[in-house]
Design a binder for this molecule. Structure first.
Ligand code: UGA
Ligand code: MN
Length: 242
């Protein structure tokens, strides 16, 4: 099965550094297809150039987040992940074997994670490090089944899990053509749960990473860079893409 990693990304000073770190990981994963979805009204040259040199199979899409949703506590990456779902439904069929994973551009991914998720039959789950105000969150597993959750907040959610904590078989994405990430009615932190409840049930989840006892992905976040010592741009005579 091919792993389709869906990465929403948006322009900011650290963007190319984030994409570089991700790419260096993803390039080492066999049978991998990176779907990069820019939060922009058009694809940018910066990301296009980056992908051309990335050395991995990729699809470059864009979907702009409406300005009114660009505010604190509003879900991020929603329209971008949905654009990738539309692309998969339009370009992949019953004959394609694959797994879909939502890989935000600032997280940290171990290579082992991909071999765990690759054999997802329906929907698989695993622990995520450094999330929910805890060192980790994880599904609780008994006799190979998810029976509860160790989670830092929002335990009332049906699937209290971070975006980085699950993968979906491509055929499940195709068989549920209306399943999308929701904005209307989706409170902050409800995107994952609202999406998963459209395609699966807790009792059908497949625990990975040794019955969810190993952390193979971390919800790291990159500090916003402070460019307080920027000189007059005219001081440098050539244009530098950073
Ligand atoms: C948490 C979850 O891990 C995310 O999957 C979830 O989308 C997010 O909360 C949420 O609140 O919606 P967090 O680290 O707070 O993550 O979110 P970001 O990493 O800032 O954003 C998630 C993804 O959306 C990233 O790939 C980011 O590049 C992208 N993004 C963010 C955009 O495309 N546009 C934006 O304006 C902001
Ligand atoms: Mn993040």
């Amino acid at each position: 099965p091919v792993i389709y990693a869906v990465t929403p990304t948006y322009a900011r000073d650290v963007q190319k550094a984030e994409l570089t770190r991700l790419c260096n990981t993803f390039r080492q994963v066999p049978a991998f297809h990176w779907i990069v979805v820019e939060d922009a009204r058009a694809r940018t040259d910066l990301v296009a150039r980056f992908l051309a040199r990335a050395g991995l199979r990729h699809t470059h899409l864009h979907a702009a987040t409406l300005l009114r949703y660009k505010r604190p506590r509003s879900p991020r990456g929603t329209e971008q992940r949905n654009a990738a779902l539309h692309w998969l439904r339009a370009n992949r069929s019953r004959n394609d074997s694959g797994v879909v994973f939502f890989a935000d551009d600032d997280n940290t991914y171990s290579l082992e994670l991909f071999e765990e998720m690759r054999w997802t039959r329906h929907v698989s789950v695993w622990p995520v490090g450094l999330v929910g105000g805890r060192r980790y969150e994880r599904p609780l597993v008994e006799n190979g089944m998810v029976v509860g959750w160790y989670t830092g907040w929002g335990a009332g959610r049906l699937f209290p899990i971070d975006m980085a904590g699950f993968a979906v078989n491509l055929q499940v994405v195709l068989a549920n053509p209306k399943a999308l990430f929701k904005r209307h009615g989706s409170k902050p932190g409800m995107q994952e749960s609202d999406f998963l409840r459209q395609i699966t049930r807790v009792r059908d989840l497949e625990p990975k990473a040794n019955n969810c006892t190993r952390v193979l992905v971390w919800h790291t976040r990159t500090e916003k860079v402070k460019l307080t010592n920027e000189p007059d741009p005219l001081l440098d005579s050539v244009t530098i893409e950073v």
